[in-house]
Design a protein around this ligand. Structure first.
Ligand code: PSU
Ligand code: MN
Length: 303
């Protein structure tokens, strides 16, 4: 085991006994939602994973330790600290570990730590991708690179149209990452069920997701798999409302010269502000929906 890794006792026991475990990220807690909704949601997501037969392992960096599985106190700590906790991507782990610092893990670092711990399935809300205007800014999320090189299944609700969804799919295709639609042929766009872009494969059951992931392992691929699960119809947002908020947020980010790791948190926070509490509620519901699918799939993978 990696000397910087701490696996929580419950998670460790489950892994040793071959029981299903689902990883969860912590950027969504510290940077994705306001306190105390973030903590409530993180605990609700963990409950959903348990109700679906798996053990949750929320991942973060605390005091320079890579944590697979957090206590309620640790989740509360990350939620309260919010943006004071550094957003930790792949390039940040060496500094955080060496300095004994805290970090909220993105999709990238959650995948890295999940894989170190031996966890194969990870549920989140949305992933990072190729940003609009990437032709000139070269802003491409490290999440895509990680999907190309780390064997973890990421269950998300697609990607927000703060990104260029077409270019994001092209990038994933180039890097050999299968993009699966869960019960859909169309890539979901996080707040809405449709994006206008097709996925590579439609899959309708956790059994089939598990079979594809197993085949990917048996083929000796190093990379992971992206499962896109549309937000339940009743919680989906009006496309015109969300698109207007995203355009406004993008415009402000360009005007204010926001760049680098700040871009995504800035856009996400502005979209929430511009749409009131509605988008936050949708966000919570879709994460719970993804947690259920991830847990069911982790159960099938253990059979
Ligand atoms: N997109 C979302 N919600 C999120 C994120 C992205 O819709 O919470 C977070 C995730 O932690 C993701 C990270 O891994 O932002 C990507 O950041 P960047 O674009 O800087 O790579
Ligand atoms: Mn970026």
């Amino acid at each position: 085991m990696n000397k910087y890794l701490d696996i929580a006792p419950e998670v460790k026991a489950a892994l040793e006994q071959g029981k299903p475990v689902v990883a969860l990220e912590s950027t969504i807690i510290s940077h994705g939602m306001p306190y105390p909704k973030n903590v409530e949601t993180a605990l609700l997501v963990e409950d959903t994973i348990r109700k679906n037969g798996a053990v949750p392992a929320t991942i973060a960096v605390i005091g320079g330790r890579l944590k697979a599985g957090l206590s309620h106190e640790e989740i509360e700590y990350l939620g309260k600290a919010g943006r004071d906790v550094a957003k930790a991507s792949r390039r940040d782990l060496p500094a955080l570990v060496a300095r004994g610092a805290d970090g909220a893990t993105t999709v990238t670092t959650t995948m890295i730590i999940a894989h170190m711990a031996g966890i194969q399935v990870f549920a989140t809300g949305g992933i990072g991708g190729v940003h609009r205007g990437a032709e000139t800014t070269m802003d491409i999320s490290a999440d895509l690179e990680e999907l190309a090189q780390t064997p973890v299944m990421v269950v998300c609700a697609g990607a927000k149209s703060i990104l260029d969804l077409g270019l994001t799919l092209e990038y994933l295709e180039t890097h050999g990452v299968p993009v699966i639609g869960y019960g859909t042929e169309e890539l979901p766009a996080f707040y809405t069920r449709k994006s206008g872009f097709g996925v590579d494969y439609r899959v309708d059951s956790p059994e089939e997701l598990a079979a594809m992931f197993r085949a990917q392992r048996d083929l000796g691929y190093k990379g992971g798999m992206l499962v896109t699960n549309p937000i339940p119809e009743e919680y989906a947002m009006d496309k015109a409302v969300i698109d207007a908020a995203i355009e406004q947020a993008l415009k402000e980010s360009v005007e204010q010269g926001v760049h680098g790791k700040e871009t995504t948190p800035f856009l996400l926070a502005r979209v929430v502000e511009l749409t009131g509490g509605d988008s936050l509620e949708s966000n919570i519901k879709l994460v719970l929906n993804n947690a259920a699918v991830a847990a069911q799939t982790a159960c099938r993978l253990c059979k």
